[in-house]
Ligand binder design. Structure first.
Ligand SMILES: C[S@@+](CC[C@H](N)C(=O)[O-])C[C@H]1O[C@@H](n2cnc3c(N)ncnc32)[C@H](O)[C@@H]1O
Ligand code: SF4
Ligand code: SF4
Length: 322
């Protein structure tokens, strides 16, 4: 079996922002794994795998006062430790500069006005100020992630020249979302509650596909001159991909989803999920070893179902489906 090579740990569900495009239901008052639980119940089992990257995220990971301790213990077990953050909490840069991380991913969703409309007033200036203060000497990579949606369709390409002085890589990712019927059909296939599907649910997406395609063309043109590496997700998204993504057609998943084999997601309370958007717990690291959960009956049945019957309707607009 293909083994996990990438772990994502959401250390908290708390968040101080309410971004318009976000798939998470934040601030649910969860009983977060303690540093000791992460150290005892999770990290020793990573030895069984060749983990290329371990991502600490949330919610907003920097809201946890002990995220530095978590990074410290995780960094002893993995080759690459990455923090994924909005970089918009007070003192974010000085905290990040003290963390033993190898890579930093920061979310920026447009130039000032657009980013602030999505993420809240003043957040753009804060993230830019923090980016200026990041000490690059200890980081192998600074990655900026922009989610492309109706909220920034006219402006996302303008972001590139603003952020390229700070970033090694800039990613433009089409927003994951689903229709009520996608959620209902996915839940029915899995025999679970619809609440398991964690993605923005809209009867139809308000994005103007012509504007998104124009923005992506602009991004690709600007990328040729940019000192940063520019990526679009899903990779190679063509005009017809964008039309299907936002206007509604089914995508043709010829190769399936690698994430459900390689990328366990561990939630704040220790639940192990197949991916960020299908929050069906396959086990909990408080009770079982990650290896046993990932190779266990529920996870195997889930993979088998997707492999035999095809990916779920909610996979239609997820960059992991290929
Ligand atoms: C859930 S956030 C957690 C980390 C941190 N709070 C942040 O915003 O960077 C992780 C990443 O997912 C992105 N994201 C949120 N909702 C999304 C969606 N519906 N589709 C694609 N990406 C999304 C965010 O913009 C962010 O880059
Ligand atoms: S995208 Fe990140 S910062 Fe924004 S609401 Fe979601 S978790 Fe919070
Ligand atoms: S393709 Fe489907 S199963 Fe795979 S990560 Fe995306 S939503 Fe999850």
């Amino acid at each position: 079996m293909r083994e996990p090579n990438h772990i994502t740990l959401e250390v908290t569900n708390r968040c101080h922002l309410e971004c318009s495009h976000c798939y998470l239901e934040t601030n649910r008052g969860l009983d977060e794994l303690s540093v000791a639980e992460i150290e005892t119940n999770l990290l020793p089992h990573l030895r069984e795998y060749d983990i290329e990257s371990f991502v600490i995220t949330g919610g907003e990971a920097l809201l946890r006062p002990d995220t530095d301790e978590i990074c410290e213990i995780v960094s002893r077990h993995v080759d690459e430790l990455r923090l994924l953050t909005s970089l918009s909490t007070p003192e974010a840069a000085s905290r990040v500069n003290d963390l033993p991380i190898d890579a930093l991913s920061v979310s920026v969703d447009g130039p000032r006005q657009t980013h602030d409309a999505i993420r809240g007033n003043g957040t753009f200036d804060r993230v830019l100020e923090n980016l200026r203060r990041i000490d690059r000497t200890c980081l192998n990579e600074l990655y900026l992630n922009c989610v492309v949606s109706s909220y920034n369709e006219d402006r996302f390409s303008d972001l590139l020249e603003v952020v390229e002085p700070f970033a090694d890589k800039v990613g433009f990712q089409l927003q994951t979302w689903g229709r009520p019927s996608d959620v209902a059909r996915s839940a029915e296939r899995l025999g679970c509650d619809e609440g398991v599907m964690m993605l923005p649910v809209l009867p139809e997406h308000p994005a103007n596909t012509a504007a998104v395609n124009e923005g992506l063309r602009d991004v690709r043109e600007r990328a040729e001159q940019s000192p940063a590496t520019v990526q679009v997700f899903p990779p190679g998204a063509s005009e017809s991909t964008v039309d299907e993504w936002f206007d509604g057609g089914e995508r043709d998943h010829r190769r399936g989803c690698e994430a459900i084999y390689r990328r366990p997601l561990i939630g704040p309370e220790g639940d192990v999920y197949p991916c960020p958007f299908v929050r069906q717990p396959m086990g909990n690291v408080r009770d079982d070893r990650l290896t046993d959960i990932w190779t266990g009956r529920e996870m195997s049945q889930f993979r088998e179902q997707l492999s035999k019957e095809g990916l779920l309707p909610v996979c239609n607009r997820c960059a992991c489906s290929s």
